[in-house]
Design a protein around this ligand. Structure first.
Ligand SMILES: [Zn+2]
Length: 576
C-alpha cells in the first residue's frame, strides 16, 4: 500500500484569492495550494502537502548522495561563537547582521547556523587521525537561518530554509577534485531526476572562500540572476560570461584611415551627447574608464561606446581584488588628463604611470572618437594601433551580450534568468588549516585535509520547480516531485463504494489523494488544477452508464475515458 490519503481527512486549506504580499508565482501558489503558511516575516510552516514535496526532493538527493558514498548525519542548528573564532576566518563578523546571534544564561554567545563548515571541520579534526580514514563525505538535511534584511518571495528568500549541506575531506588535491567531480555529477542527476530545466555555471566563491565554485540554476523568467547559456552546455552568470571575439562584428574595416583631428565639443561628455553633437554612432566611440586598484595602481579600460565594461574581466586581467573609480583631482594632477575627457591617445603619451587595457572591439574601431584629455575637446579618427604611444593590453574586457559567440563551441549565447538552487565549492585548506583538521600520511607526517562543500536549498528547489512549471490555474508538478501521483476526483455523489474500491486498487501502485469532500464539482476541479497533481481521475456520472472514468493530464490538458481496469496500463504507457 502506497502513501494514499482521503482529502476529507487531510489538512489542505486551499485559498481562492491571491495573497496580497505574494510577488512571485511560487509564493502565491504555495499559499493558495495549502502548502505553506507564514508564521512571521520570512518564517514559514510547511503543511502536509508542502512538506511532502520537500520530502520527495530530499529523497532524491539522499539517494544520489548515498550513491557517491555520502554518510548522512545531523548537526545542531545552534553553534557556539568560540568555534567560529577558532577558524580565524572572521566569518562571525563578515556575516554581519544576517547571522542570528544570541547569548545563553551564562552570557556565552551562539548563533543559528547559516552553514556548517566550522562545525563539521571541528568534528572531523577531533575524530579522524589517519590517511586510512579518508576520504570522507558527510552530509545532513537541516533548517538553516539567515536574518535577511528584506525577506520576500515566500520560501525563496526566507529567514529559515531547509538545506542539504555536504562536506568532503580528502588526502590530496587530486582526490578532492575527484570528490568535487562526483558531487557535481550527483547534482546534475538530482536536478534532472527532479524534472527541472537547469544549468550549471561557474561562480564567484564569495565569503565561503575556496578555489573553484559552481552554481546550479533552475531556468525561470522570475529568476533573480541573469545567466548566459549555450546549447553545448556552457553557462555563466552574465558578469562572468566569456565569449569569442567575433571579427565579423567590425563592419567598418573597409573605411579608409584618416588623419587624427581635434574637435571642440563644448559641454558634452557622455557618449550619447558627443555622438549627437558629432553625428556619429556610439559604435565609433572609445569609452575611457579610470580605476584605482586595491593595491594602489592606476588602470584605464577602453570599451566601445555601445558596450559595457566587465569588472570581473578587468580585475582578472589586472590581478586586482577590487577596483574603484579615480577621483577628479588625481585625474588632473597625476594623469595629466581632464575628468570626462580622458582618452587613449593622451593617456598613452602623457608619461603618467597607468596600465592600459583595451577591449578587442574598441581596438578594432577605424577612425574612432574619444576624449582629447583636455576640457571640451575630443579627438576623431583615432586608430589605436597607430595613435597610442605606449604598450597596451588587448583582450575581452566588455560584458558578454546576447548573441555573442560561446567560448566553448562558437554557438550563439542566449541570456536567460535563473534561480540558484545548488552551490559547490572546492575549499582546499581554508578551514582545515586554521582548525587543524590534519591527518598522518603513510610516511608518518602530518598534512592538512583538503575540503569541499556542497549545498542544495531543498525548499528553494520546491519553489523553483513551481516558478518553472505553472499556469494561470495553478501548479504543474514534475511527476517525480509531485506530492501524490494521482488525484481521484469524485464528482458522482453515489459513487462512494466504487471510488473506495478504485482508491484501494490504485494505492497498491500509486500514491493517491482521493477528493471525497462533499463540495461542488466546480470547487473540486479548481482545487485539482491548483494543487497540480499530474494525473487526475474523474469519477463523473458517466461511470454508471458506461463503466468508464475520465483521466485528465494536468500538464497538457488532455482527457480520455478508460475502463478502471485499464488505468494502470494507460499511465504506464504514458510515463514510459
Ligand atoms: Zn557552446
Amino acid at each position: 500500500m502506497k502513501y494514499s490519503k482521503r482529502l476529507s481527512r487531510y489538512l489542505l486549506p486551499t485559498v481562492k484569492e491571491d495573497p496580497k504580499e505574494a510577488e512571485i508565482p511560487s509564493h502565491r501558489l504555495m499559499i493558495r495550494a495549502g502548502m505553506i503558511r507564514k508564521l512571521a516575516s520570512g518564517i514559514y510552516e510547511f503543511l502536509p502537502l508542502g512538506w511532502r514535496v520537500v520530502k520527495k526532493v530530499e529523497n532524491i538527493i539522499r539517494e544520489e548522495m548515498d550513491g557517491i558514498g555520502g554518510q548522512e548525519m545531523i548537526m545542531s542548528a545552534v553553534q557556539p561563537k568560540s568555534l567560529w573564532d577558532e577558524t580565524g576566518s572572521g566569518r562571525w563578523y563578515l556575516y554581519g547582521p544576517e547571522l542570528i546571534r544570541f547569548t545563553d544564561r551564562n552570557d556565552r554567545e551562539f548563533c543559528l547556523g547559516p552553514t556548517h563548515e566550522e562545525v563539521i571541520t571541528h568534528i572531523v579534526a577531533s575524530n579522524v587521525k589517519s590517511y586510512k580514514e579518508l576520504p570522507l563525505l558527510l552530509y545532513q538535511f537541516q533548517m538553516k537561518y539567515r536574518d535577511e534584511i528584506r525577506p520576500r518571495f515566500g520560501i525563496m528568500r526566507a529567514r529559515e530554509f531547509y538545506m542539504k549541506d555536504a562536506y568532503s575531506f580528502d588526502r590530496t588535491v587530486e582526490d578532492c577534485r575527484k570528490s568535487y567531480e562526483d558531487n557535481f555529477k550527483a547534482y546534475e542527476r538530482i536536478f534532472r531526476r527532479c524534472g527541472l530545466d537547469f544549468v550549471s555555471v561557474e561562480a564567484d566563491t564569495g565569503n565561503i572562500g575556496g578555489q573553484s565554485s559552481h552554481e546550479f540554476m533552475v531556468i525561470a523568467d522570475t529568476g533573480e540572476e541573469e545567466i548566459a547559456v549555450c546549447r553545448c552546455g556552457y553557462g555563466a552568470n552574465t558578469e562572468m560570461a566569456e565569449f569569442r571575439t567575433d571579427d565579423r562584428a567590425d563592419g567598418d574595416r573597409q573605411e579608409a584611415v584618416r588623419e587624427l583631428e581635434e574637435v571642440h565639443t563644448p559641454g558634452v561628455t557622455t557618449v550619447e551627447e558627443v555622438a549627437g553633437f558629432l553625428k556619429e554612432t556610439p559604435k565609433k566611440f572609445i569609452k575611457t574608464l579610470l580605476f584605482r586598484t586595491d593595491d594602489g595602481r592606476h588602470i584605464a579600460a577602453f570599451i566601445r561606446g555601445d558596450h559595457e565594461l566587465s569588472e570581473h574581466a578587468l580585475k582578472k586581467a589586472a590581478s586586482a581584488n577590487a577596483i574603484e573609480f579615480i577621483d577628479d583631482d588625481t585625474i588632473k594632477k597625476k594623469l595629466k588628463s581632464s575628468p570626462g575627457f580622458s582618452g587613449p591617445v593622451g593617456l598613452s603619451s602623457s608619461g603618467a604611470a597607468i596600465e592600459l587595457y583595451m577591449d578587442s572591439a574598441a581596438a578594432g574601431i577605424v577612425n574612432g572618437i574619444s576624449g582629447a584629455d583636455r576640457k571640451d575637446y575630443h579627438l576623431r579618427n583615432i586608430n589605436v594601433r597607430r595613435d597610442m604611444k605606449a604598450d597596451f593590453r588587448e583582450g575581452n574586457f566588455r560584458k558578454a551580450r546576447q548573441g555573442d559567440l560561446c567560448p566553448k563551441c562558437g554557438g550563439a549565447l542566449v541570456f536567460k534568468r535563473g534561480i540558484e538552487v545548488g552551490h559547490t565549492f572546492l575549499l582546499g585548506t581554508k578551514y582545515s588549516e586554521s582548525m587543524k583538521a590534519v591527518f598522518v600520511n603513510d610516511q608518518g607526517s602530518e598534512e592538512n585535509m583538503i575540503m569541499g562543500c556542497y549545498g542544495i536549498g531543498v525548499t528553494r528547489v520546491v519553489a523553483a520547480a513551481i516558478e518553472q512549471s505553472h499556469d494561470g490555474n495553478g501548479i504543474i508538478w514534475p511527476a517525480p516531485i509531485s506530492p501524490f501521483d494521482v488525484l481521484l476526483v469524485q464528482i458522482a455523489r453515489d459513487a462512494d463504494e466504487f471510488c473506495a474500491e478504485l482508491f484501494g486498487k490504485l494505492s497498491e501502485e500509486y500514491e493517491v489523494l482521493w477528493d471525497d469532500r462533499a463540495l461542488t464539482p466546480g470547487v473540486k476541479f479548481k482545487d485539482a488544477q491548483l494543487i497540480g497533481i499530474p494525473v487526475q481521475i474523474v469519477i463523473g456520472k458517466k461511470y454508471k452508464e458506461t463503466g468508464e472514468v475520465e483521466i485528465q493530464y494536468r500538464k497538457t490538458g488532455e482527457k480520455e475515458f478508460v475502463r478502471p481496469e485499464h488505468i494502470s496500463e494507460k499511465l504506464k504507457k504514458r510515463s514510459g
